[in-house]
Design a protein around this ligand. Structure first.
Ligand SMILES: *[C@@H]1O[C@H](CO)[C@@H](O)[C@H](O)[C@H]1NC(C)=O
Ligand SMILES: *[C@@H]1O[C@H](CO)[C@@H](O)[C@H](O)[C@H]1NC(C)=O
Ligand SMILES: *[C@@H]1O[C@H](CO)[C@@H](O)[C@H](O)[C@H]1NC(C)=O
Ligand SMILES: *[C@@H]1O[C@H](CO)[C@@H](O)[C@H](O)[C@H]1NC(C)=O
Ligand SMILES: *[C@@H]1O[C@H](CO)[C@@H](O)[C@H](O)[C@H]1NC(C)=O
Ligand SMILES: *[C@@H]1O[C@H](CO)[C@@H](O)[C@H](O)[C@H]1NC(C)=O
Length: 296
C-alpha cells in the first residue's frame, strides 16, 4: 500500500461527501436537497434504465436513519448482490463500516426522494476483495436483504475479454459534473478512452497494463467520471447490451500541483471486474460462467 493513494482515496471520498444530496425521513424536518440537474457526468448525456437496467445508488445514514446521503453509484450483479467501490463503505482506516448504515435505490435513473424510502434495500453483509491490504482492490459486494425482482432491475454481465485502448467504453453515474460540484439527480453517461500510456503507471504503481486489477483511462476531451461516480459502471457493448468492464475507483490530476481531480487529461482508474469475477462468483456461490457475457 502506498501512502500517496491512501491520501488520494481519502481526498476523493471527501469530495463525494461534499457533493451532498440528502433524503430526510421526517417529511416535516426539511425538503429533499434541491441540487439542480446539471448537464453532464463531465460532458455526459442523460441516460436511462433502458441502457443501464442494473444501475443503483448507495446511500448512508450518519444519524440512525433520520436522513440518508447519496454517496456512490453501484450496480446489481446478481439478484441479491450489488457491486460498488470499497472506499464507499470504508472508514478512514480502510475498515469496512457497518452494513446497517447503508441503503440502496436499485433500477432507477433518478436519485431517490423521501417517497422512495420504503422501497430502498438494506444490506445484510459486505464482502471485501482485500482493499485494506491493497488499494487496487477497491471493490466490494453488498448482499441485499432480499432479491430484486426482474421488473425492478436486471443484473449486469461481466465483459471477459482483453481491454485495449481501441475498445469503445462508456462510464455512467450520478456524480458531479465538475470537480467538487453537486451530484447529478439523473443518470449521465459519457464515452471515455481506455489508455495504455506510461502515465497510467507513473500515477499508480498498482497499474502495469489493462489486464490486471485496474483499467486506466485518460480522455483529452474532458469526458470523465467524478466525485459520486465511484463504484459506477464502465461498460462496453457486447451482443447489443452494455456489459461491465470495470467500476470507478478514483482519478487524479496529472499536474500534481492542481487539486482538481477530474476532467480533461486527468487519469482515472477503474477496478477491472473480470479480474475479480471468480471471487465474485465464490461470494455469490455461483459458477463464474453464469456471470460473464460471451460474444455471440
Ligand atoms: C450541501 O448542499 C447545500 C444545498 O445545495 C449547500 O448549501 C451546502 O453548501 C452543501 N455543503 C457542502 C459541504 O458542499
Ligand atoms: C436507532 O433507531 C432505532 C429505531 O429506528 C432504535 O430502536 C434505536 O434505539 C436507535 N439507536 C440509537 C443509537 O439511537
Ligand atoms: C463525450 O461523451 C458524450 C456522451 O457520451 C459523447 O456524445 C461525446 O462524443 C464524447 N466525446 C468524445 C470526444 O468522444
Ligand atoms: C500485465 O502486467 C503483469 C504484471 O506486470 C504481467 O505479469 C502480465 O504479463 C501483463 N499482461 C499483459 C497482457 O501484458
Ligand atoms: C479518444 O482519443 C481519440 C484519439 O486520440 C480522440 O480523438 C478522442 O477525442 C478521445 N475521446 C475522448 C472521450 O476524449
Ligand atoms: C484536469 O482536469 C481539469 C478540469 O478539466 C483541468 O483544469 C486540468 O488542467 C486537467 N489536468 C491536466 C493535467 O490537464
Amino acid at each position: 500500500m502506498h501512502l500517496l493513494s491512501t491520501l488520494r482515496v481519502i481526498l476523493s471520498l471527501t469530495g463525494v461527501i461534499c457533493a451532498n444530496y440528502t433524503i430526510f425521513t421526517d417529511p416535516n424536518s426539511a425538503s429533499d436537497d434541491q441540487t439542480s440537474i446539471s448537464t453532464s457526468i463531465i460532458n455526459g448525456v442523460v441516460t436511462g434504465t433502458d441502457y443501464y437496467p442494473f444501475i443503483s445508488q448507495l446511500y448512508i445514514t450518519e444519524n440512525n436513519g433520520s436522513s440518508y446521503n447519496f454517496i456512490c453509484t453501484a450496480e446489481l450483479i446478481g439478484q441479491q448482490y450489488i457491486l460498488t467501490a470499497a472506499h464507499c463503505v470504508s472508514d478512514n482506516s480502510l475498515r469496512l463500516r457497518s452494513p446497517s448504515l447503508y441503503r440502496l435505490n436499485i433500477g432507477s435513473a433518478t436519485l431517490a426522494t423521501s417517497n422512495d424510502l420504503n422501497n430502498l434495500y438494506t444490506v445484510t453483509n459486505i464482502y471485501s476483495a482485500g482493499y485494506s491490504s491493497n488499494l487496487a482492490n477497491d471493490v466490494v459486494i453488498l448482499k441485499l436483504n432480499k432479491p430484486v425482482p426482474s421488473s425492478v432491475a436486471t443484473p449486469v454481465k461481466v465483459y471477459p475479454y482483453k481491454i485495449t485502448a481501441s475498445l469503445p467504453v462508456e462510464v455512467a453515474g450520478f456524480g458531479s459534473t465538475y470537480y467538487g460540484g453537486p451530484v447529478s439527480k439523473t443518470l449521465l453517461r459519457a464515452l471515455i478512452n481506455v489508455s495504455e500510456s506510461s502515465s497510467c503507471s507513473a500515477f499508480n504503481p498498482d497499474w502495469a497494463n489493462n489486464s490486471g486489477p485496474l483499467v486506466c483511462s485518460i480522455s483529452p476531451s474532458g469526458n470523465d467520471s467524478c466525485n459520486g461516480d465511484a463504484g459506477g459502471p464502465m461498460v462496453a457493448k457486447l451482443n447489443g447490451k452494455r456489459v461491465l468492464v470495470g467500476t470507478v475507483s478514483y482519478g487524479e490530476n496529472m499536474d500534481r500541483s492542481n487539486v482538481v481531480n477530474c476532467g480533461a487529461n486527468n487519469v482515472s482508474y477503474y477496478v477491472r471486474t473480470a479480474y475479480f469475477v471468480k471471487w465474485i462468483a465464490s461470494v455469490m456461490k455461483v459458477d463464474y460462467n453464469t456471470l460473464i457475457e460471451i460474444a455471440n
